[in-house]
Design a protein around this ligand. Structure first.
Ligand code: KG4
Ligand code: ZN
Length: 338
């Protein structure tokens, strides 16, 4: 079964064709990041306009690369939530038009469920149930993946998402937006013990995250040094910050795994590309004899293949939308699992 998957929730216009939820036949990603970088973050109005300009040719290219026409496609899947509302609406409107004109079923897909599904592409043997750490620019979740379409969020961030924190710390250290990958590269050259940073803690829920205190600590250290005319060891700060985030993400995930009885762990979302998080999760899982699954680097960030793969499982579960489908800016995974 071939699914055409459309992703436009943030700044990537991405469309893919996959087969049976696991095999990628095409994966086209039109990134707008060079334009948003000028403003230090994603400008929603610009994102919507660029999606509208790009979406038709991205769809054509995805079909061509998969050697398909719409006649070969069994269903159209689209990210409808969560995300920037104007950006989502471009994908949703296009998907509705395409599905209706080609007389194909329309399948609404949750963006975070899509990130989780990126592991099905990279790991044909992975099957639920398992526990997944999802860390992206907009979310930091510990999720029980009960089956392919049912989730329970056991931990979430109380303030900044992990990726957002990477990007803000990167900006403070003088790196371009989005700075997560620059912190990652700098951290490889620095000493993770160069700076002592507060370990994020949340009272009341041991699986929840809070990254704003850590972010503020880095910003204060950098500004104080600047005021005194002192040099900041950028690589050392990047390494200290990254190791603090990695420890927090991994410790809480493994605590939840132990308490809830999971021995299979997944990692997903843009921050799953981070080498510090990947290495620590891998080694801590190995120590415990847990199985660990991480997406290939090209499927960590937003892409159409993850939406297409999740669309396959949502299709099998009977999820369908009609022409009344709307974009939804905020929608939890728990809400779609009832
Ligand atoms: O999942 P994603 O592509 O978009 C959202 O759904 O938010 O995640 C983007 C986030 C950005 O904050 C970006 O800086 C971060 O993922 N990111 C990284 C790395 N690569 C991307 N963070 C840390 N290390 C990386 N190597
Ligand atoms: Zn994402």
């Amino acid at each position: 079964m071939k699914i055409l998957g459309i992703e436009s929730s943030c700044d990537e216009t991405a469309i893919s064709v996959t087969e049976n939820g696991r095999t990628v036949l095409s994966n086209i990603v039109a990134s707008q990041i060079d334009e948003h970088r000028l403003y230090g973050g994603v400008v929603p109005e610009i994102a919507s306009r660029r999606h509208a300009e790009n979406i038709s040719w991205v769809a054509k290219a995805a079909l061509e690369e998969a050697h398909c026409t719409m006649d070969d496609i069994d269903a159209v899947a689209v990210t409808y939530a969560p995300g920037l509302i104007g950006a989502l609406l471009v994908g949703v409107s296009f998907a509705k038009g395409l599905a209706m004109s080609a007389k194909k079923p329309l399948v609404p897909v949750h963006h975070i469920a899509g990130h989780i599904a990126s592991n099905y592409i990279s790991h044909p043997d992975l099957e639920p149930p398992y526990l997944c750490l999802v860390a992206s620019g907009g979310h930091s979740h510990i999720v029980e993946v009960k089956d392919y379409t049912h989730y329970h969020v056991v931990g979430r961030t109380r303030d900044d998402a992990a990726g957002e924190c990477f990007d803000k710390v990167a900006r403070t250290l003088g790196y371009e937006y989005p700075g997560g990958k620059f912190i990652d590269a700098a951290a490889k050259l620095g000493d993770p013990k160069a700076y002592t940073l507060p370990k994020p803690r949340v009272t009341g829920s041991e699986y929840d995250f809070s990254f704003s205190g850590l972010k503020t600590a880095v910003i204060n250290l950098v500004h104080n040094a600047q005021q005194k005319g002192e040099e900041i060891d950028r690589e050392g700060m990047a390494a200290s910050f990254q190791s603090t985030v990695a420890k927090t993400l991994v410790e809480k995930t493994l605590l939840a795994a132990k308490d809830l009885g999971y021995t299979t762990i997944g990692l997903a979302g843009g921050v799953s590309a981070n080498s510090g998080v990947r290495t620590l999760l891998q080694s801590e899982c190995e120590k415990r004899g847990y199985k660990v699954y991480m997406p290939d680097l090209k499927y960590c960030g937003d892409n159409g293949a993850m939406i297409s793969c999740q669309g396959y499982y949502d299709f099998l579960a009977g999820k369908r939308a009609d022409e009344s489908l709307n974009g939804i800016a905020t929608l939890s995974l728990d809400a779609i699992s009832e």
